[in-house]
Design a protein around this ligand. Sequence first.
Ligand code: SF4
Length: 291
Amino acid sequence: MPDQTVTVDVEHSVEDYKSGVKPTWCPGCGDFGVLNAVYNSMRAKGYAPQDVVLVSGIGCSSRLPFFSSTYGFHTVHGRTMPIATGIKVANPNLKVLALGGDGDAFAIGGGHFIHAARRNLDVCYVIMDNAIYGLTKGQTSPTSMVGFVTKTTPKGTPDRPVNPLQLAMASGATFVARAFSGKPKELADLIVQGIDHKGFAIIDTYSPCPTFNKVNTFKYYRDQAMELPKDHNPTDVMQAWARAQSTDPVYLGVLYRAEGEDSFEDHIVSAHSGVEADADGVIDSILERYS
Ligand code: SF4
């Protein structure tokens, strides 16, 4: 089993990662715990703020980069993965952490999510999963439970929810974890593990929306969720799949991990190594046409 200890670098404090912009989330929003965990994971890694890029989509949770002193890119709805891919390809040395909500990741961004997973993009993606659209004042999301009542589904939604962990595994993600924002220390540790993992790491994080979701509350997750058994083997895909399927309890921790796989960046670098950029002048000739 991998070492799950977080190593604290004394050169940075959590204050170094704060932008000074006060979070605009509702009091009691689960996203505060995630922000706290993101700060602590960067501190644990000893990253300088200028070496990190936080990339998000659209939604309450996607405001998170505003509250950090790192570089940040608050992109377009559902387009976190293409932007993160571009950043990693342009500069693989940057540390890229992707952030966003369940609607952003699994509805409008669902196609991008699948392809980032199968490419094994070397990015850690923390999804703040509150099973509702909060920014637009409370509609069902891809992870809402069957029968969930909202303004747009007054008789309860008939749609079955996406299982984010199984979707990630089926799409080829090589690190698949579940967390709870009510346990920010454990979440920070998972983010560190996701950053350290070579390849696509997703951490589906229960992050309650107390304003619009009165079902999936902090109490609900405290009652439903438990840590994976000590003997869980994350390299056993069938065991991981079965535990990802479980709803009572829902398991927290690293359900699945595959090591030693090439990442998307490995293929890009090897495809371009030894090739002089625009050696035959094609790019220059195209640009000249527009000058
Ligand atoms: Fe958080 Fe919900 Fe408020 Fe959005 S609406 S900030 S998700 S509590």
